[in-house]
Design a protein around this ligand. Structure first.
Ligand code: PNS
Length: 172
């Protein structure tokens, strides 16, 4: 039977840290469903549609990655799939408490559902969607930390002209 994992998150926006987790998970699972949350409590920078479009474009040549979105409880979304596990990246001890609560809550809602954690690669342990947005908003370079498509979309959102030099003279 095909081994499927669901990688849920806000992905606002998708970073190389996320992509690294997906690529490594594909060494273990036959299929990874990247499930973008329509999270009513958060005010995302990118709409669900924008996040879906970007993720679909980024994984267009990786057929065993399915990009989808979900509303409501994650466990209810999981029940509609044949996934056996949730997948999350773990960067530092600061991530642990949040992840532990979330995994425990999901397991309480569905005792058959386990969350597997993958340690973020050393190149991306400092990368988060939140800091990427902050750096991009202030005109800093995020290339190398997010796919080019995401870097371009961030510039559009923050109305930073493409090819503009940042405060220290680097082209962004
Ligand atoms: O990338 P994020 O924002 O850390 O992802 C969090 C996410 C979307 C995985 C989490 O908030 C979630 O699963 N939301 C759906 C609602 C839900 O099921 N909540 C109960 C689990 S705590």
């Amino acid at each position: 039977m095909e081994k499927v994992a669901i990688y849920p998150g806000s992905f606002d926006p998708l970073t190389y840290g996320h992509i690294d987790i997906v690529e490594r998970a594909l060494e273990i699972f036959d299929k990874v469903i990247l499930a973008i949350a329509v999270n009513a409590e958060k005010r995302p920078l990118f709409s669900v549609r924008e996040r879906l479009e970007m993720a679909k474009a980024i994984f267009k040549d990786t057929p065993n990655v399915i990009v989808d979105s979900f509303k409501g409880l994650l466990v209810d979304y999981v029940a509609k799939t044949n996934a056996k596990a949730l997948l999350r990246g773990l960067r530092a001890t600061s991530d642990f408490e949040y992840e532990f609560h979330m995994a425990s809550m999901n397991r309480s809602l569905n005792p058959h559902l386990d969350t597997l954690f993958m340690m973020t690669s050393k190149d991306y342990f400092f990368v988060s969607s939140r800091t990427i947005k902050e750096v991009a908003r202030l005109g800093g370079a995020v290339e190398g930390l997010v796919p080019d498509l995401v870097a371009q979309q961030l510039k559009k959102k923050f109305k930073i002209p493409l090819g503009k030099k940042n405060q220290i003279g680097w082209e962004v």
